[in-house]
Design a protein around this ligand. Sequence first.
Ligand code: NOJ
Length: 540
Amino acid sequence: MILTHPSSGEWWRSAVIYQIYPRFFKSTTNGVGDLPGITSKLPYISSLGVDAVWISPFYTSPQKDHGYDVSNYRDIDPLFGSLNDATELIQKANELGIKVIVDLVPNHTSDQHVWFQEALNSPKGSEPRNRYWFREGRGENGELPPTNWRSVFGGPAWTRVEDGQWYLHLFDSSQPDLNWENPEVREEFESILRFWLDRGVSGFRVDVAHGLMKDPELPDWDHDWAMVSGLDDDSVSAPPMWDRDSVHEIYRSWRTIVDSYEAMMCAEAWVHDDARRSLYVRPDEFQQCFNFSFLSSPWSKDSLQNVIARSYEVNNGVGAPTTWVFNNHDVVRLPSRMGLERTGKGPNGIYATDPQPDFELGTRRAQAAQLLMLALPGSAYLYNGEELGLPEHTSLPDEARQDPTFFRTKGEEAGRDGCRVPLPWVSAEPGAGFSPTGETWLPQPDGWNGFAVDVQEADPDSSLNFVRKALALRSQNGLGTSGIDDQSTDTTLDYLVGDIRVITTFDDEADRPEGWRVVLSSTPVTDTIGTDTTAWLVRD
Ligand code: NOJ
């Protein structure tokens, strides 16, 4: 069914996009979030003032990595609902003027995908095996993996099957990597793109966009590549499995498809070299690519100023907007990250026995960071619960943990569950109103109901109302498409964005400039702008 597409134009250049992780957004049944839950909250999403939602995977999946292990790309996991529920969600969102971006996971399938099952049941060297990376092992009896590659989630990137061959998985062993040298794989994904475009989606967030192509020689490689931050050692070039030049050709062919539907694509490419990252947003490739340099910047004036300047420089070079982001389902939530002794990308989860974030300081900085981000020309992503100022859950019991990184690192890393806790909607209800039964698939921390939407709706100074005000002003003043002028001092960020002056302080207070009055600020401003604060000002 072809639904009416929302108005076209290059809306994505300045769009504010709200990420929804279906599992913890809102449950209409038994404590696991679902698509009817999202549909029921569309008026709430609309009240935030966002332009679009990006929905993390809802496809049929054994849920080994919460849906990033897809077994059928053309259907919905029964846990989340049905294809009809998805169609209804897309249609109702579009009616409210909210565009829907879905998540595409092309680097790997689930091991339960029909292709992988067929591969397992087919002989070595057969066509079904050639859709993945099956290889003989090393050592006398092939008992050693074909290469020394490490999984991003910890442990080796190869698993052995019954007949002695090994298959490659850059993530969990339940997520075998597809062989993008194989034309059949390419055709299949082009067809999947069309399947969802025909159902009215306005775009795709593309998972691990920098990982699809591998050096077919499969040489050994002695380094690690981490989620979000990629490779920290700049001196290492050309990894055999990440950010290979040949990956771009795939996106050029996808672009012609999405263009024919006036849709867009956003790359999740953990490429830290800003110039290389900008290659993904050349005019005939992605429209957007997450700015992970921004996300992982420490809370420091110099660092943020450099990241912002560099981001505009490299993206202007290819005519692309920047895509600002501070939060997603793979990182510790911002108010907690900003409250750690070392700010920046942060650890992979926080245990109760780890040094705990200073939540008050973290919240102050997070709101300042948020207001800075929302002033910057370009597109911005918000992560569900970010508008409520939710912290990371740092006291989850190990029995409750589900993230494969916790298991594959043997608990060395707490993992990402702490930023995926079921949202609080109604403070007085069990489970803070997440589900009708009060069940929540992950336990919520003490005090979670204090963050509930109903409490924050009633408080004009709440985090929720702060984000709403910021988005309304951003839109009224056209900040997303304005020019930006950097007039920062040694201690303070100071940008002129259209008619709005945006000042962010760090360890030092700043004087409110004469002739300017505050229209919104993350902490109350008098003649002085306090530390760790962002203020938006207009001329008197
Ligand atoms: C990146 C996703 O954001 C993450 O959640 C997932 O685990 C990996 N890709 C593997 O698909």
